[in-house]
Every structure is written in structure tokens, then in C-alpha cells.
Design a protein around this ligand. Structure first.
Ligand code: PDD
Length: 276
């Protein structure tokens, strides 16, 4: 199995973590997860543009263009013969003796990427259960940073209660899932949190909004409350790995009929059509 280390193709067994890597000690870095369908990277330009934006926001300089990284990832996917799967990649601020301030500018970021096969049968995702939980994260959730402690604690709570996702809220305002974006459908209209500092502007979220335009489903990028969430006709979770997943139960209460709703199903079908 091959991996990329600083843009070079290497055997996975050769790659080691340096314990003074700032990603390892501080979570000081950024990452992306990109889906591979039929051997092709899905929406990779959007993911890599976001990667560079996330890096810029924390002053990590990525020494490649989107096109250069894309070419490297394509080679990695081909080399590992991935038909359906994911590419995980991260850039950390590099290796330097532990000290909070940034190291000198001659310390290069450390860049790794690897692939994973994910079984895929093209079926629409069935309904999933979620819990609600207070969003205890920092105020720069727009950065796809390696610091995922708040997200992990939320997801663990969901896992402990047999649920697939934890829907976070700041006070009464719903923000996003622990590793996904959350939208509601009320009277045929979709509502999702605007792309502010309080959420990650998900690529799947953006693909979904484009699909809404194509399908003529009205949508608003507007925050909604916990009360609106639990009485919504439909609740939709979106992420690279979960794709478009209907949320049919929240905190033990059914959403709508308890079955995936018609707008969700329409969006799921259109999403799958984009993958062909
Ligand atoms: N998570 N919000 C958060 C906090 C996320 O971690 C993710 C993705 C999303 C959805 O973004 P996208 O549609 O671009 O995948 C929203 C990835 C998949 C992960 O951490 O594994």
C-alpha cells in the first residue's frame, strides 16, 4: 500500500510519526476527506480549495497548488487501485521542539495522504438516529482543523446511546453535526445554518444546495432552533462519508412519519445521479 509523504509516493510501512510534529502535540494542522467513486475523486477541487483556505486561516503555507495536489492524489488512488473509497490528507505546521508560538518559517509543513477502500453499492442511505448536544467547540468551526476534541466527545455520546450522529446546538440555535452538516425541511422548504464561523461549510452541503436549485426545492441559509428541529417534517445530515443521510429519530422521538421524507429522497436520488 502506498501513501504520500510531502508529495512523494512511499510505502505505508515506511511512514512514521515524529513525536514533536505540531500536529501530534497541538493538533496544529488542517485536513480533508475526499470520496472516490469509480476510481475518480469526487468534488476534489472544492475540497482542496477549502484545504488551502483552512491552512491560510491559521497561517500554514501549503507549497502546492490545488492542481498539483489533485494530480498527486489521482496518482495515489491509481497506485492503490481504489475504485470506491476515501482519501484522507493532512498538513501539520511541521516538526520543531515543543513551544506554543509558531516555529521559524524554515520549518516545512508535514503533508501525508492515504487511501481507504469503502464498500459501495449505490443504495440510498436509510434513516439514522441522532441525539442533540450542547456545542462546546471553539468559535472557528469554519476551519477544518485537526483539533477535533469537541467533535469526538459529541460523537462518543451519540455512539454510547446507539445513535449515528450528535446534532450540536449553541443555546437554542442548531449549528451542525459532530462530523456533518444538518438541514431541516418544513413545508417543502429546506433550511440550513449559514456558512459562518460556527460551522464547517461542508462540500456535501454545497452540493445539496445546488441540487435544491436544480430540483426547484426552495432553501434558506438561515439558522434554526432546537424546537424547529424536532418538529421538522424532515431532517437531513450531509457529509463526505455519510453522503445524504435522512435523520428519522432525534432523542428518541420520530421525525415526521419516522421514515425518510420525500424531499430527502429526491435529493438523495439526484446526488447519486451526480456520481454516475
Ligand atoms: N467531516 N461539519 C463537520 C464538523 C465535519 O467534520 C464535516 C466532515 C462536515 C461535512 O463536510 P463535508 O461535506 O465537506 O464532508 C461538517 C469529515 C468527513 C470527517 O471528519 O471525517
Amino acid at each position: 500500500e502506498k501513501m504520500l509523504l510531502d508529495g512523494e509516493m512511499r510505502n505505508r510501512s515506511e511512514i512514521k510519526v515524529e513525536f514533536e510534529d505540531r500536529g501530534y502535540q497541538f493538533g496544529d494542522g488542517v485536513y480533508e476527506v475526499i470520496r472516490v467513486y469509480n476510481g475518480k475523486l469526487f468534488t476534489s477541487e472544492m475540497h482542496l480549495t477549502r484545504l488551502i483556505e483552512s491552512a491560510n486561516k491559521i497561517s500554514i503555507k501549503i507549497p502546492y497548488t490545488v492542481e498539483e495536489i489533485e494530480a498527486q492524489l489521482k496518482e495515489l488512488v491509481a497506485e492503490n487501485e481504489i475504485a470506491f473509497g476515501t482519501v484522507y490528507m493532512q498538513f501539520t505546521r511541521g516538526v520543531s521542539p515543543r513551544n506554543h508560538p509558531f516555529p521559524s518559517t524554515d520549518v516545512a509543513p508535514v503533508y501525508v495522504a492515504y487511501t481507504k477502500e469503502v464498500p459501495y453499492n449505490g443504495a440510498l442511505k436509510p434513516g439514522a438516529k441522532a441525539i442533540t448536544i450542547e456545542d462546546i467547540r471553539w468559535l472557528r468551526c469554519d476551519i477544518k482543523s485537526l483539533n477535533l476534541l469537541g467533535n469526538i466527545l459529541a460523537k462518543q455520546k451519540a455512539a454510547e446511546t446507539g445513535c449515528f450522529e450528535a446534532i450540536q446546538h449553541r443555546g437554542s440555535t442548531v449549528t451542525e453535526g459532530s462530523s456533518s452538516n444538518i438541514s431541516i425541511v418544513v413545508n417543502g422548504e429546506l433550511k440550513t445554518h449559514p456558512a459562518t464561523n460556527l460551522i464547517l461549510n461542508g462540500i456535501t452541503r454545497q452540493v445539496m444546495l445546488k441540487i435544491c436549485e436544480d430540483l426547484g426545492v426552495a432553501y434558506k441559509e438561515e439558522a434554526f432552533t432546537l424546537e424547529e428541529l424536532v418538529v421538522a417534517d424532515e431532517v437531513i445530515m450531509t457529509s463526505t462519508t455519510a453522503e445524504i443521510t435522512p435523520i428519522t429519530e432525534i432523542d428518541g422521538q420520530s421525525i415526521g412519519s419516522g421514515e425518510p421524507g420525500t424531499v430527502t429522497r429526491q435529493i438523495q436520488q439526484a446526488f447519486h445521479a451526480e456520481l454516475e
